[in-house]
Design a protein around this ligand. Structure first.
Ligand code: ZN
Length: 121
């Protein structure tokens, strides 16, 4: 069980909410692009064209990947509420702080993540 001080908790909470917004936004955009099939072929003025290209460029994750990340973010927010944030969902040991810093919504420690990825292959 990791004991986070309240300042850390607030920062992580903010970070997770920000990432959730970003993911939700990403899903919104995917929907828009699926609806009108070729958004870039519409007669856009130069500014709009640049914006659309930028958005597409930034949407590096597939919709499934974004949904997956969103689930992990929701899970991390729950764990933060419960006071179990920072522990691995699989082995219940503490996740390395450096890893949490890089991926604040990760549910697993490095060891478990590696094992799970090996299973998937
Ligand atoms: Zn683990």
């Amino acid at each position: 069980m990791t004991s986070l001080d309240s300042v850390e908790k607030v920062i992580i909470h903010k970070q997770l909410l920000y990432l959730r917004e970003k993911a939700l936004h990403e899903l919104d955009q995917e929907r828009t692009f699926t609806r009108d099939e070729n958004p870039l072929k519409e007669s856009l003025d130069f500014g709009d064209y640049g914006k659309a290209t930028y958005d597409l460029d930034m949407g590096l994750l597939s919709q499934d990947a974004v949904r997956h990340v969103l689930r992990m973010i929701e899970n991390a927010l729950l764990k933060l509420e419960e006071g179990t944030y920072g522990t691995c969902d699989r082995c219940r040991r503490n996740i390395h702080p450096g890893r949490l810093e890089a991926i604040p919504y990760t549910p697993y420690c490095v060891e478990c993540q590696a094992l799970l990825e090996k299973d998937e292959r």
